[in-house]
Ligand binder design. Structure first.
Ligand code: AFP
Length: 339
C-alpha cells in the first residue's frame, strides 16, 4: 500500500515557486522563517503557565499600553528570526516604536516585513486564543539600506501576507499569487502540514465579531449595520451569530472558513469619528490582502483598505472585514447616510 502524506509548508511553497521561473528561493526561505517564529511562540504559549512567562513585563509601550511578557517574547523571536534570514533589510512591529534595520549588502535583503507579533494579548493569561499577523513587501527604496518609504507602502504592493492562530492547534495561513493556504502544526513532526488548501471565504456569512459594549459610541450607520447583523433590522434576513474572542486573528480565521464579518469601528468623540484601535500596517492591511485573495473584502466603511497609502507606522484605522456581501452592506449604509 502506498503511503501518501500531506506536503509540508516548505514543500508546498517550493512547488508554488515553480510558477516563477526567475525565483531565487529567498521568498520561500523568508516565509518558512516566519513559520519558524510561529513554532517557537506556539511552544512558549503552550507552557507559559509553567515557565513563568504569563503576566506583565512591567514596561509600557509608546501608546501607554502595559506590555505583557509574552508580547516581548514574541516580538524578540520575530526580530531575531527575520534578522537571521538575511532576506530582510527593514522590519516594523506593533510592539516597536521605531523600525529595526538589519545589516544588508548590495545584493542581499530585498524584503521588508511588518508584524503584529502577538495579537489578542488580553487573552494571554486566561489561555485564550492568540495570533500573529505579518506582511512581506518588496524593497522599493534605492540603495542597500531599507527606509520608512519601504514600510509605508499600500497593501496592494504586498508580496505575501498571513497570520498564525495559536488555539487548540496552531495554524499558519498565508496568501500569495491569488491563493490562500492553511497549514496545521504537527507537533510530532514539528512541521506545518497542508490542512486548508485554496481557502475561499463564503460570499455571505454566518458570524459577526464586534465588541458590542461600544454600541452607544458608534455613528448611526455602524449601529444600523450591527442591527442588520443581529437581525433586528435586516428585513427578516436570518441573523448572524455573534462570536467575539478578543483576538482579531482568531475571529478572522473563523470568518475565513465559515463566512461573516469582523468589525472594529471608530467612535464618535466630540462630534468627530475616531479611527478606532486597530493598526493599518500590522493588522488591517495584511488581513485585507489575505481576505481579498480569498474573495472577501476589507473596508473602513468608506475606503477599501487595499488602496490606502499609510502615512504613519502606527496609524489606526476603522476596520470592517470578511464576506464580500456583508462588507458591501456596511459600505452601502455609510454611503446612504452620506458619511
Ligand atoms: P490586544 O492585542 O491589545 O489585546 O488587542 C487585540 C485587538 O487588537 C484585536 O485582536 C481584538 O479584536 C481587539 O483588539 C480587542 O479590543 P477590545 O478589547 O477593545 O474589544
Amino acid at each position: 500500500m502506498e503511503h501518501t502524506r500531506r506536503p509540508t509548508l516548505i514543500e508546498y511553497v517550493l512547488s508554488q515557486q515553480k510558477a516563477h521561473p526567475g525565483a531565487t528561493g529567498e521568498f520561500s526561505i523568508l516565509l518558512t522563517q516566519i513559520a519558524l517564529a510561529g513554532k517557537i511562540i506556539s511552544r512558549e504559549l503552550k507552557q507559559a503557565g509553567l515557565a513563568g512567562s504569563l503576566g506583565l513585563s512591567g514596561e509600557t509601550n509608546i501608546f501607554g499600553e502595559e506590555v505583557k511578557k509574552l508580547d516581548q517574547f514574541a516580538n524578540q523571536i520575530f526580530v531575531r528570526t527575520l534578522e537571521g534570514s538575511s532576506m530582510v533589510c527593514i522590519m516594523s512591529s506593533e510592539e516597536m516604536s521605531e523600525p529595526a534595520e538589519f545589516e544588508c549588502d548590495q545584493v542581499g535583503a530585498k524584503y521588508v516585513v511588518v508584524i503584529d507579533p502577538l495579537d489578542g494579548s488580553s487573552n494571554t493569561d486566561v489561555n485564550g486564543n492568540l495570533g500573529s499577523i505579518f506582511a512581506i513587501y518588496p524593497k522599493i527604496s534605492k540603495g542597500p539600506r531599507g527606509s520608512e518609504e519601504d514600510l509605508l507602502q499600500p497593501a496592494a504592493n504586498i508580496a505575501a501576507a498571513g497570520y498564525i492562530v495559536y488555539g487548540p492547534g496552531t495554524v499558519f495561513v498565508y496568501a500569495a499569487d491569488g491563493c490562500v493556504s492553511g497549514f496545521t502544526l504537527d507537533i510530532g513532526y514539528g512541521e506545518f502540514m497542508l490542512s486548508h488548501p485554496d481557502v475561499k471565504i463564503p460570499h455571505k456569512g454566518r458570524y459577526y465579531s464586534v465588541n458590542e459594549s461600544y454600541y452607544s459610541k458608534w455613528d448611526r450607520p455602524t449601529q444600523m449595520f450591527v442591527d442588520y447583523l443581529r437581525g433586528t433590522d435586516s428585513g427578516g434576513a436570518k441573523p448572524h451569530s455573534s462570536r467575539y474572542s478578543g483576538s482579531l486573528t482568531a475571529d478572522f480565521h473563523r470568518i475565513m472558513l465559515e463566512g461573516g464579518v469582523y468589525l472594529y469601528p471608530g467612535e464618535i468623540k466630540d462630534g468627530k469619528k475616531t479611527s478606532g484601535k486597530l493598526r493599518l500596517l500590522y493588522e488591517a492591511a495584511p488581513l485585507a490582502y489575505v481576505v481579498y485573495q480569498a474573495g472577501g473584502l476589507a473596508s473602513t466603511g468608506s475606503h477599501r483598505i487595499l488602496e490606502m497609502k499609510p502615512t504613519d507606522l502606527h496609524q489606526r484605522v476603522p476596520l470592517i472585514i470578511g464576506s464580500a456581501e456583508d462588507v458591501i452592506v456596511a459600505e452601502e449604509l455609510n454611503r446612504k447616510r452620506g458619511l
